[in-house]
Ligand binder design. Structure first.
Ligand code: APR
Length: 260
């Protein structure tokens, strides 16, 4: 293993062990080693099929029934993503974050991913800023249900609690982040003195704002990404490796340090 990576892993473990409130900001790169394509970069879903339209959510609101009918006939981009998501299992990086949480070295995960991998890996304090593909959500009261526990016998489905229109929990382009989720992200960011930037290109807001807020409050950023991002040059530490490699190594160093 190369000395530069080894030194960066050592420093990252030292910063994490010395921090009070560590939050992981996770992006699609975290699940790349689970076979789920990222969005940007050379093999990215948006790179290949183009980004979705920012008016998607407006179209949904104008014609929710039509949106549901179309959801039954997904686009090539969504088909490719859905096929990868259906096959995916958590990788060593997901399990390392779960164990860091168990050991008190990680207090929360803010994930931009909708793939449910952190739940399957056993993490508990997970904030899904872009929703979860395995759930439905009421657009009025924000109640959520697992997909397989909500009988869809009318289009669009309506909320049994408030009558609101129900859609997939995944946040669409142009859709506001549900208020209670955004508030949780802001609260975690305010308490955070060390943010791990794992597998995110850090170009999509509001998620990309959280590391800036941590920096402004004097906190540390540790980037884990094989490529450069707009936050690389303001991160205290940059680990140029895949998260499936780097996170288990950081966990091992934390165990050696006996943090708990
Ligand atoms: N380990 C860590 N990082 C990786 C790995 C890996 N094995 N493989 C790729 N990456 C990095 C890439 O270098 C890139 O910086 O993961 C990042 C993925 O960036 P994006 O594809 O832009 O994904 P993300 O940052 O999650 O996008 C944010 O954009 O379209 C929306 O809703 C979508 O949640 C997504 C949001």
């Amino acid at each position: 293993m190369n000395d530069e990576l080894d030194a960066a892993i050592d420093q990252a473990a030292a910063v994490i062990a010395a921090s009070r409130h560590v939050v992981a900001l996770v992006g699609a790169g975290m699940s790349a080693e689970s076979g789920i394509p990222t969005f940007r970069g050379k093999e990215g879903i948006w790179t290949k099929h183009g980004e979705p339209d920012l008016r998607d959510y407006d179209r949904f609101r104008e014609d929710p029934k039509g949106w549901w009918e179309q959801r039954m006939k997904p686009s090539p981009a969504m088909n490719e993503l859905a096929a990868a998501l259906a096959e995916a299992v958590p990788n060593e990086g997901h399990f390392a974050l779960k164990e860091m949480e168990d050991r008190g070295s990680l207090q929360a995960i803010i994930t931009q991913n909708i793939d449910n991998m952190h739940q399957i890996a056993g993490s508990t304090n997970i904030i899904e800023i872009h929703g979860n593909r395995t759930k439905l959500r009421c657009t009025v009261c924000s109640n959520r249900w697992p997909l397989d526990e909500f009988p869809i016998d009318e289009l669009p489905p309506s909320c049994p609690d408030c009558g609101g229109i129900v859609k997939g929990d995944t946040v669409m382009f142009g859709e506001p982040i549900p208020r209670e989720v955004l508030d949780e992200c802001i609260e975690q960011t305010a308490r955070c003195d060390c943010m791990l930037l794992i597998g995110t290109s850090a170009v999509v807001y509001p998620a990309a704002q959280f590391p800036v807020d941590v920096l402004r409050a004097g906190g540390a950023l540790i980037e884990i990404n094989p490529e450069d991002t707009p936050l690389s040059n303001v991160s205290q530490l940059v680990i140029r490796a895949g998260s499936g490699t780097a996170l288990p190594m950081i966990l091992e160093r934390l165990k050696e340090k006996g943090d708990s």
